[in-house]
Design a protein around this ligand. Sequence first.
Ligand SMILES: NC(=O)c1ccc[n+]([C@@H]2O[C@H](COP(=O)([O-])OP(=O)(O)OC[C@H]3O[C@@H](n4cnc5c(N)ncnc54)[C@H](OP(=O)(O)O)[C@@H]3O)[C@@H](O)[C@H]2O)c1
Length: 298
Amino acid sequence: MRIFITGGTGLIGRQLCKELLAEGHELTVLSRNPTSVPLKCGAEVKPLASLGEWHAALSFDAVINLAGEPIVDKRWSAQRKQVLRDSRVALTEELVRRIAAAERKPSVLLSGSAVGYYGNCGDLMLDETAPAGAGFAAELCRAWENAARGAEKFGVRVCLLRTGLILSHEGGMLERMVPPFKMGFGARLGNGKQWMSWVHIEDYAAMVLRLLRDGQAHGPYNMTAPNPATNAEFTATLAAALHRPAPFVAPAALLKLGMGESASLLLEGQRVLPGKMAAAHYRFAFPHLADALRDVIR
Ligand SMILES: NC(=O)c1ccc[n+]([C@@H]2O[C@H](COP(=O)([O-])OP(=O)(O)OC[C@H]3O[C@@H](n4cnc5c(N)ncnc54)[C@H](OP(=O)(O)O)[C@@H]3O)[C@@H](O)[C@H]2O)c1
């Protein structure tokens, strides 16, 4: 297949490129830094510097849309919120306009979203039928999904990837967590009761490949492992995997003071289950957190 990927240079995108190239697909990756594409994604991957370069005669069989400015790195000022929206929602709207204008349209669009779609839900178990929640992250995900659904009216099959916390040894959340844990400064966040719906990056990529191939797959998919953990469990399991104690607590008030509204990403959570993947009999390589963590920090 000829596949166009936005966000292909990112943590998830690089893993997908590796696996898609191994299957013999022909890849084009959107990047603001096109010269980095062959280095990050593979020598044979073609770069596209802007969506404006996708002219009507260029044809792709599938599109994977993952682009987005990092959401945890900075405080959510009004300006930062706009950057987060533009890099996801406005970019996706532009992508759908390119799909609409294409002479030969892709058959499928797999488009990003996150488990933050559900908002802060306490201990409720959430499959794909659960409604959208409240708060900035939930609103962002809902608008991002709605923008992607715009491709449906052009006959494109759309899958929405409600992505959990990616566990990878190449970056992401663990890149920030592991160094302090290794130094013995591991800490539970707030009361530690908030749920963390995680997924090993290999399972994530395998699920994406399945959604690409399965012509019946459409709509939202919870891209998470079947055993989410509370923050307290996650902290203890990571500490055990690193053979270090994690005796500390990062007080919620301190995190809110330092991070403002974006502290909600750490202090709130959602207990998400991969309902549709389970129904499709997907067998997780890493269903349990201890095994997944041991693998990525090996
Ligand atoms: N990693 C996770 O745990 C996780 C969890 C839930 C949801 N997600 C979502 O899944 C997507 C991929 O995650 P990731 O961890 O792979 O992200 P990442 O490593 O931060 O990569 C982000 C990608 O988005 C592109 N990008 C960033 N800002 C852009 C902009 N303004 N315009 C165009 N492209 C832009 C970057 O491309 P260039 O810099 O090359 O232009 C890069 O390829 C993100 O949207 C993220 O919000 C990730």
